[in-house]
Design a protein around this ligand. Structure first.
Ligand SMILES: [Zn+2]
Length: 508
């Protein structure tokens, strides 16, 4: 490696609007404005780090001051004295200010005082204020004063990663541009092109990993590429990048998830040992497992919203996920996801990540094993010594117990009455079409509605006797809750979630 090595991000910094990566809307709007002479006095660029905010600011400064045309141009030449000085950050009329180190009001006043003097070599004095949200409020006030009555030759270009921290009074005087996260495909194209310029090998798989890890930031992606080139001496392949990112191969992750879902705990922990010994970072592995769960959910036959363009798996891996999905319900996937999300802070706080991870596996396997909650409740219901009440064909409903009545209301989709009944009514006796009960609630209409419903649906004439005093009986809701809590499978499910409480039993 030669000693004059320039980092790729600097070497391949965009020098004109055309070469800005992934910001098509911004480029179109800005160039049109320049061509038609509509130049604002203040711009603000916002977006995550590494999307090209300062590059855009410099290109705009060049566009305003390029000597190749009589006025501002959308295509600065890059060769004239002004263009070259701006690109090098050395133009006397283009001030680049890092707000992080100039937060004070005195600093800002001093800078702004100079704004009233005409530019020396350019058409415009350009103030590029980076990370502008870092300014103190008095510094913002000083800036606002200048923004309210800007001298004709002054242009402000503000850049920030945190637009919400910039006062509205400032924002309302700026033309705002949002720089978007650069898409994976665009990044890949860019990285492939750079690899060609640099004459290094970059495999498509390695490129894909880098582009995804960059998470929309050209600069982050390029510094990863820098690092990969340095580590491999210019032969950047998938293994090297995975090694560098401390990631397990996606194939390994697919394999691992399959083992977890198959329910063999010993096997799964042995696999985790392997992956760990091979140097994978366990937090990364967890994040890969979450990625897997997310994509498996999208690809699930019930949803089928996996669009093949963005799926990060090979055709072979996809096939395997589809096979796994045949035996896994959406419900299970969504519960896996919940447990993994909850494990993220746990893993970060753990003094021993491997222990934490092993316990997570046990929890995940438990979930994979369990039938959906709705199934459990159904089993609970059918095992109760109560004849299930049929609807539709069986017109006359027979009601002998409080549970009969609850089921009948539920089957008839009388959900308001059902929920009031199961929550508030303590039935002390049902016999000969007469119900004696105590009402814990205060819905005066309930009795009226229930009697109408009973008379219509049972073909008999009912009498409802509302008792003055509670006989300390359980409501149907309370009975169901106790029945469910005592179910061993539910108790198991409850033990997975700290401080969990059954707040209701759903009738599905
Ligand atoms: Zn020029």
């Amino acid at each position: 490696m030669d000693t004059n090595y320039t980092v790729l991000a600097r070497k391949y910094r965009s020098q004109d609007f055309e070469s800005l990566i992934g910001q098509d809307v911004l480029v179109k709007t800005l160039t049109t404005a320049i061509k038609t002479g509509r130049i604002a006095h203040a711009y603000i660029f916002t977006g995550i780090r590494g999307t090209g905010k300062t590059s855009t600011a410099r290109i705009l400064a060049k566009a305003l001051n390029c000597l190749s045309s009589d006025g501002p141009t959308a295509t600065p030449c890059g060769k004239c004295e002004n263009c070259r000085a701006i690109a090098a950050g050395q133009h006397i009329d283009v001030m680049e200010i890092d707000a992080a180190s100039h937060t004070g009001v005195d600093n800002m006043r001093e800078i702004l005082d100079a704004a009233q003097y005409r530019p020396t070599n350019g058409r415009y004095k350009v103030y590029i204020i980076d990370e502008v949200h870092m300014l103190s409020s008095s510094a913002f006030n000083a800036l606002l004063k200048t923004l309210e009555e800007p001298p004709a030759h002054v242009i402000f270009i503000l850049a920030t990663t945190e637009i919400r921290k910039v006062p509205v009074t400032i924002l309302s005087r700026c033309q705002r541009f949002d720089l978007v996260r650069v898409p994976v495909e665009t990044l890949k194209k860019h990285f492939a092109w750079i690899a060609e310029q640099e004459q290094v090998e970059l495999s498509d798989e390695a490129n894909d990993l880098l582009a995804r890890a960059a998470d929309g930031s050209v600069r982050d992606g390029l510094s990863l590429l820098d690092q990969a080139i340095a580590q491999t001496g210019g032969h950047v392949d998938e293994t090297a990048v995975m090694d560098m990112l401390k990631r397990a191969d996606r194939g390994v992750v697919v394999d691992f998830m399959q083992t977890i879902l198959s329910g063999n705990v010993a096997n799964a922990i042995a696999k985790a040992d392997d992956i760990y010994t091979n140097g994978a970072d366990l937090t990364m592995l967890l994040s890969d497992m979450m990625e897997w769960t997310h994509w498996a959910t999208r690809m699930h036959p019930v949803l089928r919203i996996g669009d093949s363009e963005h799926i990060p798996y090979t055709a072979d891996q996809r096939e395997r996920i589809n096979n796994i999905n045949k035996h896994v319900s959406l419900n299970t996937l969504s519960r896996l996801w919940q447990v993994m999300v909850a494990a993220v802070p746990e893993m970060q706080a753990a003094t021993n990540q491997k222990q934490c991870f092993d316990m997570l596996i046990v929890r995940l396997m438990h979930i994979a094993d369990m039938p959906p909650i709705s199934e459990m409740i159904k089993q609970e219901k059918t095992s109760a010594p109560v004849a299930p009440v049929q609807k539709a064909e069986q017109k006359k409903v027979e009601i002998k117990t409080a549970t009969d009545l609850a089921n009948a209301l539920s089957n008839a989709r009388e959900m308001l009455m059902y929920s009031y009944f199961t929550k508030n009514i303590e039935v002390s006796e049902i016999a000969n079409n007469k119900i004696a009960y105590f009402d814990r609630g205060d819905d005066g209409d309930f009795q009226k509605k229930l009697i109408v419903w009973l008379n219509t649906n049972t073909g008999a004439n009912w009498t409802l006797e509302k008792l003055e005093q509670s006989g300390q009986q359980q409501t149907v809701g309370e009975q169901e809750k106790i029945a469910v809590e005592s179910d061993p499978m539910v108790a198991d499910a409850m033990s997975l979630f700290e401080n969990a409480e059954i707040v209701g039993v759903s009738k599905q």
